[in-house]
Design a protein around this ligand. Structure first.
Ligand code: NAP
Length: 230
């Protein structure tokens, strides 16, 4: 496992759910944090909660369906951190459950792909080249194990496209010091997962940190956080 003390991480969607758990776990390891949500005020509570740790905590805001804003966010976090070490692409939206699987849902596909696929890819494409120049980086793209649920196809397809990005970019990261992987948190009781999910949100730790702490060169792997439950 690598030491992430004094490194800088951006966690998108850090205000609640998985992102909030990841932020807490990284703070415990001494990592400086840039907490993202749509409004800075949304990360005030987690920032206050983590204030006892000897780390720097900054807040940024961006609506991830606004792609020009995402590009600006990438530049902003590079400047704020002086060079990001860890990019944790966690934020996502889930489209409504469509019982009629043949309903025309163009708008849902467009929104899902903007927030869940294009925004994380824009952040990767902006930040990974700088990580390569510096010879170090850890990128985690949060995906989903969802399958055989056409009622949520806009969400599922947006995550599948993100998986494809990671798999096909992997050979280009060989020997760069940058490792990019996928992390499926499992079905959790969060705002996105809903109250009927079998797992508490806390169960995502320690698994969600495994692709951050890698020191064995693993890249392009699909990690299941629930496999690491203690
Ligand atoms: N929960 C599950 O069962 C489950 C299962 C498989 C995969 N996942 C994945 O795990 C990740 C986290 O899910 P979660 O359950 O923790 O979700 P969540 O509790 O709903 O939290 C979503 C986070 O994303 C941010 N966000 C939402 N829409 C946004 C937008 N349009 N622009 C910018 N930020 C936005 C929210 O920030 P605000 O404060 O601004 O709202 C919030 O911090 C997602 O990638 C999800 O697909 C979750």
């Amino acid at each position: 496992m690598i030491d992430i003390k004094n490194k800088w991480a951006l966690i998108t969607g850090a205000s609640r759910g998985v992102g909030r758990q990841v932020a807490g776990a990284m703070a415990q390891k001494g990592c400086n944090l840039i907490l993202h949500s749509r409004k800075k005020a949304n990360t005030d509570a987690i920032k206050a909660e983590l204030s006892s740790f000897d780390i720097k905590i900054l807040q940024v805001e961006a609506e991830l369906s606004d792609i020009p804003r995402v590009k600006a966010l990438a530049a902003e976090v590079e400047t704020l951190s002086g060079g990001l070490d860890i990019l944790y692409n966690n934020a996502a939206i889930m489209t409504p459950y469509n019982n009629d699987i043949y309903t025309a849902v163009e708008d849902e596909y467009i929104l899902s792909f903007k927030v869940n696929t294009i925004a994380p890819i824009v952040l990767c494409n902006a930040i990974i080249p700088a990580m390569i120049k510096r010879g170090f980086g850890r990128v985690v793209n949060v995906t989903s194990g969802i399958k055989d649920e056409p009622q949520l196809m806009a969400y599922a397809a947006s995550k599948a496209a993100l998986d494809k990005y990671v798999y096909d970019m992997t050979p280009h990261l060989k020997d760069t010091g940058v490792l990019m992987n996928l992390m499926d948190p499992g079905w959790l009781r969060t705002d996105l997962g809903g109250p009927n999910a079998p797992n508490a949100v806390e169960s995502v730790i320690p698994g969600a940190l495994v692709p951050v702490l890698l020191n064995d060169g693993t890249c392009g792997k699909f990690f299941h956080a629930q496999d690491y439950r203690e």
